[in-house]
Design a protein around this ligand. Sequence first.
Ligand code: SF4
Length: 333
Amino acid sequence: MSALRPSNLPKLAVCPCYESNPVAGPAAERGTLLDTAFRAELLGLEERLVIANKLTADEIAAVAWSVSMVRAISGRERVLAREDDCRVRMLNLTGTADAIVPSRLTHFDLKTGARRNYREQMAAYALGLMGAHFAGEWTARLLFCDQREIETIKFTYEEAHDIVDQVVKAFNDPAKKPNPCEYCGWCAKADTCPALLAMVGETLTVTEPGFDFDVVLADPEKLGRFLTACAFIEGLHERAKKIATERIKTGGKVPGWKLVTRKGSEFVDCETVGHHIQRMGFGPVLAAYGNLPASKFRDLWSERMSSEKPFPEESVKHAAPSVYLKQTKTKPN
Ligand code: SF4
């Protein structure tokens, strides 16, 4: 499958050499499952009940929220959700939107996982849909179902065309260069990409004696590059550990490394705890187990309580927000 397709455009906008990995990871598989559930719900298909059985209570709620948003925004207008009705063509590319409301000149796209940039993908759908419906402007609505947030992006025909055309031109440029970025971890070329490996090499050389870490820490530019390179090394580190483990297991050697057997940790299984819980007291035992993630409590509630008993939303507590460092989008030089 060509790398040049609408879903890849946001990645290609950052690195024109990006190539998606043919093996879908768990996050992508979850995205596809929720997409299927969303489509089935919108169309009222019988199989939606079978699909819902594969989802957690939290995921069912996420899909239900997304469907309710489509219904609220589309009102009584006709919503197209069959894959055949949602196929879109633009500038020699093809893709499939999740749902289209032609009379409102709008389409919806369900997104799972962290909020990311999807502007270029939405521009491609908008461009194709404007062409198909003879419209001069179009609205894309991204449904971030895990966050219960909507992002609305409006395009004129010219804007959408320019956005897509720019990415296509960069992709087709014979002189294009890879640009290490936040998408390298998903890229099929990660193991061989010269730009990525050069960046990793750069980080490795800074660990040589004589390397002045204080200079890196004092210079925002150097500090940013160092952090970026470290992020790539983390992914390569895991692969290197797996390969080294296999090599040593099969009689090979990796100088400076050996396999050691760690004693298994001691534990008491939950059946045994349950057997003693009456005498020990529920309070102290539950306190020792600690807090339950809200999603797990929701799952248990929907499995164990009758459907007439609504989930007590007021019981969900929120931990204090925390601050963390996130890599931002980097543009090619
Ligand atoms: S590994 Fe990163 S820099 Fe290299 S082609 Fe893939 S996305 Fe681009």
